[in-house]
Design a protein around this ligand. Structure first.
Ligand SMILES: Nc1nc2c(ncn2[C@@H]2O[C@H](COP(=O)(O)OP(=O)(O)OP(=O)(O)O)[C@@H](O)[C@H]2O)c(=O)[nH]1
Ligand SMILES: [Mg+2]
Length: 282
């Protein structure tokens, strides 16, 4: 089966995100032969989730792709469970998983991915900083043969939005620190993105850490990904609610980096470190 993608026909630099999405939707029908599961991890995101679901469905429904959206909530108790339940009553493609007594973004994503057998799995934030209108294009890239399609703030044409200079500097340094451990030929400019789709068979058998915020980096370093593409987008403003990025996220990132450096270069102590149970998709 072949997928003729509009991305080959248009110059992405000339279009903004919404225009690109419309172009993808308008020019190709994405057959439902390959199901897609999108995990949306939530921690106190009740004010965002209904709008997010509406916009993702509006972007994807015209494409014909067969998809499901899995909301994985970590006991927010802010009304998100009721809000999602109300939507899923009329649309069984929307499923809610409420984790009790657990926290962690990567763990929540893995929790969702382990509860679907879709051959393509993805993730996006709940707060609408990841434009739902870009989802069809990312899925189209995986259907056209890429193992991993990343919504990228650092690819040409993308951007980090209204971040202050300190956050920009920290983020640039954090990306720079990944360069030695990313596999040559498959390096991503935005290895910290929380917006990506991946072919599940690339993940089989790899045990991922449940701690932390940066699952994509671990996938780039450890999974059997044979082709990567980055689709630029401008990181939006949080629609509602508050950021969950805090000092613990930074500390977890440094720990993850240490583990990945250890794994990549065979440093005994670091690679032997297994602080928390890891999850495999098998
Ligand atoms: N289930 C679950 N979701 C989480 C957890 N921590 C963060 N999230 C979700 O992960 C997504 C990203 O978190 P954000 O707080 O938006 O982090 P960010 O986008 O890096 O930071 P900001 O730009 O400041 O918003 C959001 O959908 C959060 O609700 C967690 O411990 N459990
Ligand atoms: Mg956010």
């Amino acid at each position: 089966m072949s997928y003729s993608l509009v991305t080959a026909a248009v110059n992405p630099q000339e279009l903004d995100t919404a225009e690109r999405a419309r172009a993808v939707v308008g020019s190709c029908h994405l057959p439902g032969a390959q199901r897609v599961a999108i995990v949306v991890p939530t921690l106190r995101e009740a004010g965002n989730v209904v709008v997010l679901l509406e916009r993702v469905r509006k972007a994807l429904d015209p494409t014909g792709v067969e998809y499901e959206i899995l909301i994985v909530d970590d006991d927010s108790r802010d009304g998100v469970e009721e809000a999602v339940a109300a939507v899923s009553k009329s649309d069984p493609r929307i499923r809610l998983f409420a984790r009790r007594g657990k926290r962690g973004l990567s763990g929540a994503v893995l929790h969702g991915w382990m509860r679907t057998d879709a051959p393509i799995v993805g993730v996006m934030d709940a707060d609408l900083q990841h434009p739902p209108e870009l989802v069809p294009e990312l899925i189209a890239r995986t259907l056209s043969g890429y193992d991993l399609a990343i919504g990228s703030r650092y690819a040409e044409g993308g951007g980090v939005g209204s971040w202050n200079p300190i956050r920009k500097l920290v983020s640039t340094a954090a990306v720079w620190a990944t360069w030695p451990i990313q596999r040559s030929g498959f390096r991503a400019k935005d290895p910290m993105s929380g917006f990506f789709f991946v072919r599940r068979d690339c993940l089989d058998g790899v045990e991922f850490q449940e701690d932390g915020f940066k699952l994509l980096l671990e996938i780039l370093v450890r999974a059997r990904v044979g082709s990567v593409c980055e689709v630029p987008f401008e990181f939006g403003r949080r629609y509602s609610g508050a950021s969950k990025a805090n000092l613990k996220v930074a500390v977890d990132y440094v720990k993850l980096l240490a583990r990945l450096y250890g794994w990549r270069f065979g440093w005994r102590r670091a690679s032997a470190e297994q602080p928390r149970p890891a999850s495999s998709l098998e």
